[in-house]
Write a protein that binds this ligand. Structure first.
Ligand code: CUA
Length: 172
């Protein structure tokens, strides 16, 4: 009986370690098994998919829409993105430092963003509106102030934006 108790404690301990060391344990295993796209948190802003000119909303050749964003202590880059209503939007996100978790307030949509990997998910926002994007994973001293924004605008309004205007919500 004692042996079973010990084994159970050992398993619990192992699970607890693994589940709190997500990007130190799970991610390397995930990468080793060939899963997903890999990013280097140290050079995110300098090369590859997440350089500044690639961030924000971008239209693919087939009219598909991709939003690229970086989560980092304690901001989202870009801080605000504009997207059209009623169109499936593929989010591709990564972290420059630690694990962040974002939700789109007023919806069931959420994303976990980890350093070293790209998180991808496709969401559709049926109607125009403003969605705050708070971070839900404690990520440090500025965690409670970490929030981005998604402005969902009518399709024709979005279509009239220049590519450079799709990386920001600033008034033009
Ligand atoms: Cu990022 Cu909390």
């Amino acid at each position: 009986m004692k042996k079973i108790g010990f084994a159970a404690a050992l398993i619990l301990f192992t699970v607890a370690i693994l589940s709190t060391r997500y990007y130190m344990v799970d991610l390397p295993v995930y990468h080793f098994l060939g899963g997903g796209d890999v990013t280097d948190p140290a050079t995110l802003h300098l090369q590859g998919e997440f350089v500044e000119s690639n961030l924000g909303a971008a239209e693919g050749p087939s009219g598909s829409l991709t939003v690229r964003m970086i989560a980092q202590q304690f901001v989202f880059v870009p801080q605000c993105v504009e997207v059209p209503a009623g169109v499936p939007i593929t989010f591709r996100m990564t972290s420059a430092d630690v694990v962040h978790m974002l939700s789109f307030l007023g919806t069931d949509y959420g994303l976990k963003v980890v350093p070293g990997a790209v998180t991808e998910a496709t969401f559709t926002f049926a109607k125009p509106g403003i969605f705050k994007i708070p971070c839900h994973e404690f990520c440090g001293a500025g965690h409670y102030a970490m929030r981005g924004q998604l402005n969902v605008v009518p399709r024709d309004q979005f279509a009239s934006l220049l590519p450079s205007e799709r990386r920001t919500c600033e008034l033009r």
